[in-house]
Design a protein around this ligand. Sequence first.
Ligand code: ZN
Length: 386
Amino acid sequence: MRYITANQIFSGQSYLPSNTVVVLNDKNIVIDLIDKKQLDIGQIEHYNGIVSPGFINTHCHLELSHLKNNISQKTGIVNFALDVIKNRHNTNSELQLEAIDNADKHMYEQGIVAVGDISNTTMSLSKKKVSAIYYHTFVELIGLNPEKADSIFEHGLELTRQFTESHLSNSLVAHAPYTVSKELIERITTSCSQEKKPTSIHNQESVSENNFFISKRGDILNLYANLNIPIDFFNPTSKTSLQSILNVLNTDINTLLVHNTFTNAQDIEIANQIHKHLFWCLCPNANLYIENTLPNIELLLEMNCILTLGTDSLASNANLSIIDEINTIKKHYPAINIETLLQMATYNGAKFLGIENTFGSIKINTACGLNLITENRGLFEVKKLS
Ligand SMILES: [Zn+2]
């Protein structure tokens, strides 16, 4: 039995009363929340800092872990995507599995207890089966040609079956508006709705994504030209990418919009009106790595968007660490307080994944994991306590 307290204990949504002690059994399950006065002082582990629930990383690509330090920085989304496509198979599966293993271990040490992980293959499946981290796998589909929607969808279902057979939580997701046809997005989100599972889509990661939809101009055309994929069938919509696809998203299910770097107030207003189960994921370090810019996080907060945090992959990040994402936001948006950031990192992510009864809150009968957050020269640090 352990009795843990700190200067402040953050439940996932708010601070608990200052005398609270979290009681853990030897399986790290929270079995009680009691007042300090009920204990002898010698029984209590007291920490200077904030104790929070374990972190939830809502957007990761484990299977790209071997691309760490392999992709040039700040070259924009099209060069980044071409670089990833060129390099992702430039290794043997042994090294790829080793990189996945290291990434999983590092996330665990960084206090991450649950991950929403994008997968295009089953490469990460064996690690997920034995990992101490809870994974929800988002099987990601790509294909802008509407005629191919059916066959791509069937291939995706086959991949999800393999994760299901291994008792791993999973659902289908579309990669991004500029890479997935509306027909395929509709099929994906309808199937998630039937299975009552969350889904996600990369959203407005670059200005070229919006230009592609508004006028069928800009850098995305270079991407398709470079890949030798004809896109004659694609018609511009005179609207931003998000506004162009909102009508095909199923609005009954938790849907994560990832990045939102070039999302404006009108996009947010319309999206929140149409879709009541939207979550907005921030991956600030990846945004700086690829586009050297950040989303308007204060605007997203002002407009009541429910924000979560993600690390994206090691192709676009030096580390898979939620505390590093928090530090980057804090550096560029010093007015955002640590409680708001910790709620993004814990409760909001768990709520999106539908695991809020197990993770993301310090609650009795959960093994939510406990992290100690301390501040050292303006930078937050995390230590895993359980
Ligand atoms: Zn991503």
